[in-house]
Design a protein around this ligand. Sequence first.
Ligand code: ATP
Ligand code: MG
Length: 159
Amino acid sequence: MLVLFLNLKLIFVATTISHIMSGNTTFTMIKPDAFEAGKTGMILQKIIENGFRIKALRLSHLHKEDAEAFYAVHKERPFFNGLVKFMSSGPIVAAILEKENAVDDFRKLIGSTNPAEAAEGTIRKLFAESIERNAVHGSDSDENAQIESNFFFSQFDRH
Ligand code: ATP
Ligand code: MG
């Protein structure tokens, strides 16, 4: 009996871990350009219409140090200082989104980094001004989705 119970528990734990690892969540920010221009509602609507469920949501204003930490992977790039200045220039809306294949599907929904190259109907094509002011962030891997979600949200802020 104990063996059966332990086996069932193991299966439960394994299923839960594989569910968490299987890429069903991603992290996004509506960037200061889009927030300032009043596009938050339209962007959230587009995200929900495309099958993403909101697991956490927050309006924040990043300090320069927060933006530096968030985009630390780009610190050697020539655009880093401009990126940090822009991301800390005004409020952002951060969210955790849930959907099967969330990271890849969300990257498809937002489109290329440069809106001039983004496909028709994508969020960046519709709402972004330029490569520097490109309306939204989307995680680029499951691992980064977890790291970025934890950067913004405690367990109590998620449902
Ligand atoms: P994000 O991480 O914000 O979702 P991304 O993954 O499409 O964007 P990254 O390569 O991670 O693109 O770059 C992070 C951000 O840095 C971009 O969103 C963009 O605003 C800025 N950036 C990237 N490449 C350039 C560039 N060549 N010139 C100016 N800004 C750039
Ligand atoms: Mg990126």
